[in-house]
Every structure is written in structure tokens, then in C-alpha cells.
Write a protein that binds this ligand. Structure first.
Ligand code: FES
Length: 370
């Protein structure tokens, strides 16, 4: 690291002051066997986003741009209708979009936190997904309005020299996973930190914001499947040594591969955000009673309660499927949940709240108020 500059006003979150939502882990030699569970989250701290109170906003789509040459990613620039300043945010933050259909979806902010007049998000079209991205691509032209909550931050960024004990940074982005990473890289560049990035995807045509990423020069390695073959974790971590903080956003297999590779690594922080639900680990089969109809469903050991409940209640609300957005919250009338989320407070749990996308039971039946 070269000279240290004054930290901007909206300084990065301190590693030791982050929210419970954060998925930070620090991997030590004594990394325990088993998968990544609470017992290995050495740096998980009590923290909710430092973005401030939750805001409910109505925003206008001011610009739309195709951001990947294969046309599958668009960016939306959002602003308040009267042009007033928007709530501040830090790298890693996301917005909750309430779509006209009623769907709620989270998208990372990928613009410049210094720009208070607009937010920018990037949306990959997923034709066989749950409809949110297609709705955004097809039904939100310039001038349309939508309701937004946030910004919130479940992927806090602790900067070496300003809160993190690490000495350098390495970013790994898989495709649309570049969106939370872009503002982090910009801040690292602005602070003249020692950093590098591996940006990976199917092909150059599929990679959004490629021009912006490549403007960082030789700090960035672009690695595509069609040119280099499918990546293995070692390829993506080529610059990683002791005292490095790794920030990764991408599909679940990519994140899981890095977790496995870093198992046992000394003095490396690993922070990640993934696109989709993680696999269920160490689950046992249990029953859920849906109190409003009396139906009883069985949740197999390798599926989530949400997954199974959706077969009977297709309209049940959900979004992130990773236990951080609270959309799938339900009230437990009977039974003892095994909480696997990182966001409910003790008082929420004592009131009987449960996030069915990740939390489950150790075997006993749960009766839910749905
Ligand atoms: S769907 Fe986001 S917490 Fe369950």
C-alpha cells in the first residue's frame, strides 16, 4: 500500500462494526470440519447496515442502457421525481425493488456513492427464473416509477488501513456479480490501495460493465470460459497471499469453490455474496403444518421449507432465499425452529418469527401461521 489518503465522509464500514447480515468469514487453520456455519463465522458481528434508517422511496427510471454485448444485462439509473438527493450508501449496498407485479427483488448498487442524485443497478435477464428480471427488462421503460426500499448493506466492505487488518484486496466477480464489486474497486483505486481483481464469465460478450472494469488496467484479469476453459478456484485466487481480504460475488458454485480452496488458509479474510440459495447442509427431515388450512408437508433433509411450502402456497412472499432480506418471514405457532439466518434479532426469534428460506427444524414439527 502506498500513501494513505483521508477517508471519504461516507467511510467504509469497519470490519468490527458490521451487521449481523454480513456474511464475512475469516478462515484460520483451525477451520472446523463441516460446512460454513455459524461456528466458523469468526468475524460475524452485531450489525446491521450502516446505511442508516430504512427508506421507502418512489423513484423514476431516468436512463436504461444495455451493459453486456449479448443484450442480457441492462442498467437502470434511478432518481427521485423531483431531483432531490437520495439517501447515502456504501459499496456492497443493495436496493429492494417492489415491482409492479408485487414481486420484491434485491439489486446491488453499482454506481458511484458520491453521486447523491442517482442510483444505478444492473439486471441480468434470467428467462427461466422467477420472473423478476424479465419484468424489469420488459416493463420498466425510461420514465416509469417504482417503489424502492433501502439502501441496505448485507455485503459490507472493510478497507485495509481503515478498519480491516488485511494489507491488500482481491476481488472475484462472476458475471453480474460485478455489480457490488465495482464500487468497492473504485474506492480501492481512489484510496490508492494494493488491489487486484479477477472477472470471470462465459464470454466477453456476456460480461456487463466490461469497459468500466477494464479501465482499471492491469489490476484486472478477465477470464472467460470460452477462451480459458472453466475456472478452478486456484485460477481465481492467483494473487491471494497472507493478509489479503478477498471479496467475491457470483453464482453459488463459484463461491463454494473459493470457500473450499481457502479452507485452512492462514490470515485471509473471505467476504462473499452469492446470487442464489446455498445448498442445505446438515439438514434433517421435518414436518410443517400450515395452520390456516391444516395441511402438513414434509421438508426433506436437502430442501428448504420455503421450497416445499411454495408447492402448496405459490404466492408466499420471498426474494433473496439466503436469509438476509426478511421477505419470507413467518410466525411460528408451535414447535422449535433451528434458526439459520443472520438477520433476525433475539427479540424477533422470541416473538416466534422465522425465515423459512434458510431456517428449519431439528426434526420436530413446526406449525406456521400461513
Ligand atoms: S427470502 Fe430473503 S430472507 Fe427469506
Amino acid at each position: 500500500m502506498t500513501g494513505r489518503r483521508p477517508i471519504p465522509d461516507r467511510s467504509p464500514q469497519h470490519l468490527y462494526g458490521k451487521s449481523r447480515r454480513d456474511q464475512t468469514i475469516r478462515l484460520y487453520n483451525k477451520f472446523v470440519d463441516g460446512y460454513i456455519r455459524a461456528s466458523t463465522l469468526i468475524n460475524r458481528h452485531d450489525v446491521v447496515s450502516k446505511e442508516g434508517p430504512e427508506h421507502s422511496l418512489v423513484l423514476v427510471v431516468r436512463e436504461r442502457r444495455v451493459e453486456a454485448h449479448d443484450d442480457n444485462v441492462v442498467s437502470l439509473v434511478l432518481a427521485s421525481p423531483d431531483g432531490s438527493d437520495l439517501p447515502p450508501w456504501r459499496p456492497g449496498a443493495h436496493l429492494d425493488l417492489q415491482l409492479p407485479s408485487g414481486r420484491r427483488r434485491q439489486y446491488s448498487l453499482c454506481g458511484d456513492p458520491e453521486n447523491r442524485s442517482t442510483y444505478r443497478i444492473g439486471v441480468r435477464r434470467i428467462p427461466d427464473g422467477n420472473g423478476g428480471s424479465v419484468e424489469i427488462h420488459d416493463t420498466l421503460p425510461i420514465g416509469s416509477t417504482l417503489e424502492v426500499k433501502g439502501p441496505r448493506n448485507g455485503f459490507g466492505f472493510a478497507v485495509p488501513g481503515y478498519g480491516s487488518p488485511s494489507k491488500r484486496l482481491h476481488f472475484v466477480a462472476g458475471g453480474i456479480g460485478i455489480t457490488p464489486i465495482l464500487p468497492m474497486a473504485r474506492l480501492a483505486q481512489q484510496l490508492n490501495l494494493d488491489w487486484s481483481m479477477t472477472y470471470t464469465g462465459r464470454s466477453r460478450d456476456s460480461l456487463p460493465f466490461l469497459d468500466e472494469v477494464e479501465s482499471f488496467g492491469d489490476r484486472v484479469t478477465v477470464r472467460t470460459d470460452d477462451a480459458h476453459g472453466l475456472p478452478v478456484a486456484k485460477d481465481l485466487l492467483a494473487d491471494v497471499a497472507e493478509h489479503t481480504a478477498v471479496y467475491c460475488c457470483g453464482p453459488t458454485p463459484l463461491v463454494s469453490g473459493l470457500l473450499e480452496e481457502l479452507r485452512g488458509a492462514v490470515d485471509i479474510e473471505f467476504h462473499f455474496e452469492r446470487f442464489s440459495a446455498p445448498p442445505v447442509v446438515d439438514g434433517v427431515e421435518f414436518e410443517v403444518s400450515l395452520a390456516r388450512t391444516g395441511e402438513v408437508v414434509t421438508v426433506p433433509a436437502d430442501r428448504t421449507a420455503l421450497d416445499v411450502i411454495r408447492e402448496r402456497r405459490p404466492n408466499i412472499a420471498y426474494s433473496c432465499q439466503q436469509g438476509f432480506c426478511r421477505t419470507c418471514i413467518v410466525h411460528v405457532l408451535e414447535g422449535q425452529p433451528e434458526h439459520r439466518d443472520n438477520i433476525l434479532l433475539d427479540e424477533d426469534r422470541e416473538r416466534g418469527e422465522m425465515l423459512v428460506c434458510v431456517s428449519r427444524s431439528n426434526g420436530g414439527r413446526l406449525t406456521l401461521d400461513i
